[in-house]
Design a protein around this ligand. Structure first.
Ligand code: ATP
Ligand code: MG
Length: 198
């Protein structure tokens, strides 16, 4: 039966691209809502690489971000990590990454998940006209961002969590609690490693 399903139905996989500096509950909720509402097979979190020139106090090493993503998704068997951008290093265009993935896995339909704040910028993305033919964009509504776009986007209504990585970093710097805003192991890792402090 599984073999039949594999030949008949294409696999549908959601890609959650981001810096995840650090990953937070907003990322997890949006990924789960897209997974379940669209009935996808899996969601892969895809951290971007840290460009060499970046101030590591602001964007910490990819290795640490990957570790925190892995810790965040450990309890969900439908969540995984896609490491191709981290392994390639430098700045990756989503178009190049998704073209490579699609060539490696022609049998997979990719759903590229973005927050509502990103949708307005789609016209500026590298090779966007080709990218929208390569992947199906999924937009997740986020507070106070416009939702108009000339590109085909599936909109998913999810509980709006007013959490961002910027907010998490600011709270850490100010000595405020981030418990229940990030997964428990992420809060532990940030504290033990002294991340995001001045
Ligand atoms: P930063 O504050 O550093 O920009 P971020 O919270 O936006 O970080 P990213 O890693 O940049 O996190 O985001 C990855 C993706 O998740 C982006 O598409 C972003 O729009 C989306 N996203 C992040 N937080 C939320 C949220 N609370 N609700 C909906 N989408 C979100
Ligand atoms: Mg952001």
């Amino acid at each position: 039966v599984e073999q039949l399903a594999a030949t008949v139905g294409k696999k549908r996989i959601g890609i959650m691209g981001g810096t995840f500096n650090p990953p937070h509950l907003g990322h997890l909720v949006m990924a789960d809502q897209v997974l379940t509402q669209l009935g996808l097979d899996r969601i892969l979190f895809m951290p971007d690489a840290t460009p060499p020139h970046v101030d590591h106090k602001l964007t910490i090493a990819a290795e640490d971000r990957v570790r925190m993503v892995a810790d965040s998704i450990a309890t969900n068997r439908n969540f995984g990590i896609e490491l191709s951008e981290v392994q390639r290093g430098g700045v990756s265009y989503t178009y190049d990454t998704m073209l490579a993935l699609k060539q490696r896995h022609p049998e997979i339909d990719y759903y590229f998940i973005i927050g509502g704040d990103m949708v307005a910028y789609l016209p500026k993305w590298y090779r966007i006209d080709e990218l929208v033919k390569l992947v199906q964009f999924v937009g997740v509504k986020r507070t106070a961002y416009p939702v108009q776009t000339p590109y085909p986007v599936i909109w998913v209504d999810a509980p709006v969590l007013d959490i961002s990585s910027t907010m998490i970093r600011n709270r850490v710097r100010q000595g405020q609690s981030i418990r229940y805003l990030v997964a428990d192991p992420v809060a532990d890792f940030i504290r033990k490693r002294g991340l995001y402090r001045d």
